[in-house]
Design a protein around this ligand. Structure first.
Ligand SMILES: [Zn+2]
Ligand SMILES: [Zn+2]
Length: 344
């Protein structure tokens, strides 16, 4: 079968590899329809991130590298099921998580499945077929296309970001960076009741999309005064909630300045390895700001499935053949495209 393999040093090669075997008793074999390119993967070809690798020749933590099939944001059709699998049938349209928590380690037993010590990974989904533990497979509702279904995993991260931000009805919110995670966070936050949402994003097409999808104000931080726009929207107080989805350490720091007293700041992005971001002490003993992180999406998939048909997700999507995967990476790094789905 055709698959895109991650190369050491960045980039992928599309080549023929053996098709996965028939699934083991608890596993499901899926014929992949689409697999989205994740922002975290782009770091594998981004010099700023590669040069900060902790050990020469070793990938930074959390960055997909090494000679294996890439891709983790997939939808498809069930091709075969193992003998123990219940509730999933051959031919069903599905979307998948790329990892299955073990359910029995210390973290799984303490409501922190995202830190599972014995995660069961799926095979990579930049491929015609992939294998998933049955617990990682979610049936798509009839009114959700396979294209939209491929957004389940990134949407689940946005749901976790909104959980972390503790969005309350009527609150004000700033989202810094309108890439896929920023835009999805905006849509989920509006659904959760955020009333005034400012989106800051340097790429014009991304600002336009944010506006089209309901942002109250969009700002080009390279040309406009972000703090002035923030003050105007919040009567000079700052935001109840601020999310950095840019991955830029300077912007993560800026997020702190934009927060109101008792505000919650969520850093949802992946920052270059080893990054340190200083926090003015006055934000703590003068404003009681809370800073939170986001690591994937614990317990968010079932709610994200419900949201797939309730949000406007089609405008984010473009589709490209697997042969154009490297070109797609470079285009995305240049801010071209939003959620690119690779068709194997
Ligand atoms: Zn991802
Ligand atoms: Zn576990």
């Amino acid at each position: 079968m055709k698959a895109a393999l991650i190369q050491e040093g960045g980039g992928l090669t599309v080549q023929d590899v053996p098709e996965p075997p028939e699934p083991e008793p608890d596993w499901v074999k899926v014929k992949i329809a689409y697999c989205g390119i994740c922002g975290s993967e782009l770091h594998s070809i981004d010099p700023e991130y590669i040069s900060r690798s902790p050990q020469p020749g070793k990938p930074p933590r959390g960055v997909d590298m090494g000679p294996r099939i890439g891709g983790h944001e997939a939808s498809g059709t069930v091709a075969a099921i193992g003998s123990n699998v219940k509730g999933i049938e051959v031919g069903q349209r599905v979307a998948m998580n790329f990892r299955t928590p073990c359910g029995t380690c210390y973290y799984c037993r303490n409501m922190m499945e995202h830190f599972c010590e014995r995660v069961i990974p799926a095979t990579g989904s930049y491929a015609e077929y992939a294998l998933y533990h049955a617990n990682a497979v979610y049936k798509l509702p009839d009114n959700v296309s396979l294209e939209v279904g491929a957004l389940l995993e990134p949407l689940s991260v946005a749901v976790h970001a909104v959980d972390q931000a503790e969005v309350k009805p009527g609150c004000t919110m700033a989202i810094l960076g309108a890439g896929p995670i920023g835009i999805l966070t905006q849509e989920v936050a509006l659904k959760a009741g955020a009333a005034k949402v400012l989106v800051s994003e340097p790429v014009a097409s991304r600002r336009e999309l944010a506006k089209q999808l309901g942002a109250t104000v969009v700002v080009d931080p390279t040309k406009e005064d972000l703090h002035e726009a923030a003050n105007k929207l919040t009567e000079g107080r700052g935001f109840d909630r601020v999310v950095d989805a840019s991955g830029k350490p300077a912007v993560a720091k800026q997020a702190l300045d934009l927060a109101d007293k008792c505000g919650i700041v969520v850093w949802v992005a992946v920052y270059p390895f080893g990054t340190e971001i200083s926090v003015p002490a006055l934000h703590m003993n003068g404003k009681e700001i809370t800073i939170k992180g986001v690591v994937i999406s614990p317990y968010c998939f079932p709610r994200s499935i419900n949201l797939l048909s309730e949000l406007e997700l089609e405008p984010l999507i473009s589709i490209r053949p697997i042969e154009e995967i490297n070109e797609s990476y470079h285009d995305l790094l240049a801010g071209k495209g939003m959620k690119v789905l690779i068709k194997p």
